[in-house]
Design a protein around this ligand. Structure first.
Ligand SMILES: Cc1cc2nc3c(=O)[nH]c(=O)nc-3n(C[C@H](O)[C@H](O)[C@H](O)COP(=O)(O)O)c2cc1C
Length: 201
C-alpha cells in the first residue's frame, strides 16, 4: 500500500479524522501480533484485528424506503458471479437499510472516489446524515430507483436476488441490472487499519 504524498489532515468532522503519513507510521509501529485458534469461533477482537489488515474499497449502498432514501457505508462488497451478474453486500441486520432492501427488492452501490471521505463518514453515521431526499447530495436513479451518488468512481444497480442471514449480518445478493463508470475518476477511497487511505498514483 503506497502512502499519500500529503501529510496534512484532509478532513476533520465530528469525531472523525484523517491522519497524515506521520500519524499512520506511528500507528503502524503499534501493531501487535495475533495468533488465536478456537473451534467455537475466534473472539471478536482478534477477528477484527485480523480483518483490519485487509485494505478495502469503500462503497455506499443505498435503497428506497417508505420514508425516503437510506444509505450505509459498506466495505464488505464484492462481485459474486459474472454470469449471471451477481454482486453481494454484507450489511448488519439491525441496520435500517436492511429492511428497506428487503421491502423494496433492490439496492444501488456507489464506489467512492478518494475525495468522498466525508460522504463515507455521513453514511457511517459519524457525520450528519443526509435527509431522506438526499438533498444537497447530487444523485440520480437508474432501474431500481435506489439513488446513485454523483462523484463516485463507478456504480451498480441491483435487483435483490437473495438475502442470506449470516450471523449478525445479512448477505444481500443482487442481480446487477445496470452499472457504470465515471469518466476521469481514477483515485479510489480506501479503508485500512481503521483509517481512510489513498493510493499514491
Ligand atoms: C469504511 C467503513 C466500512 C464499513 N463497512 C460496513 C459493512 O461492510 N457492512 C456494515 O454493515 N457496516 C459497515 N460499516 C458500518 C456502517 O456504515 C455503520 O454502522 C452505519 O452507521 C450503519 O447504519 P445504521 O445506523 O443504519 O445501522 C462501515 C463503516 C465504515 C466507516
Amino acid at each position: 500500500m503506497m502512502e499519500s504524498e500529503d501529510d496534512t489532515p484532509r478532513i476533520s468532522i465530528q469525531g472523525a479524522r484523517s491522519f497524515g503519513r506521520a500519524a499512520r507510521a506511528k500507528a503502524d509501529r503499534q501493531i501487535e501480533a495475533v495468533d488465536v485458534a478456537d473451534e467455537a469461533g475466534v473472539d471478536r477482537d482478534s477477528l477484527w484485528a485480523t480483518m483490519r489488515r485487509l485494505p478495502a474499497g469503500v462503497t455506499v449502498v443505498t435503497a428506497v424506503s417508505d420514508a425516503g432514501y437510506l444509505g450505509i457505508t459498506v466495505s464488505a462488497f464484492s462481485l459474486a458471479s459474472l454470469d449471471p451478474p451477481l454482486a453481494l453486500a454484507c450489511i448488519h441486520t439491525d441496520s435500517q437499510i436492511a429492511g428497506a432492501i428487503q421491502a423494496s427488492g433492490g439496492f444501488a452501490v456507489t464506489i467512492l472516489d478518494g475525495r468522498q471521505e466525508l460522504v463515507a463518514e455521513m453514511f457511517a453515521g459519524r457525520a450528519p446524515r443526509p435527509d431522506s431526499a438526499f438533498a444537497g447530495l447530487p444523485h440520480r436513479t437508474r432501474l431500481t430507483g435506489a439513488p446513485i451518488l454523483e462523484g463516485g468512481l463507478a456504480w451498480l444497480d441491483c435487483r435483490l436476488a437473495h438475502a442470506l442471514p449470516a450471523g449478525d449480518h445479512t448477505i444481500f445478493l443482487g442481480l446487477v441490472v445496470a452499472a457504470g463508470v465515471a469518466a476521469g475518476h481514477d483515485d479510489p477511497l480506501l479503508y485500512f487499519s481503521s483509517q481512510y487511505r489513498r493510493l499514491a498514483l
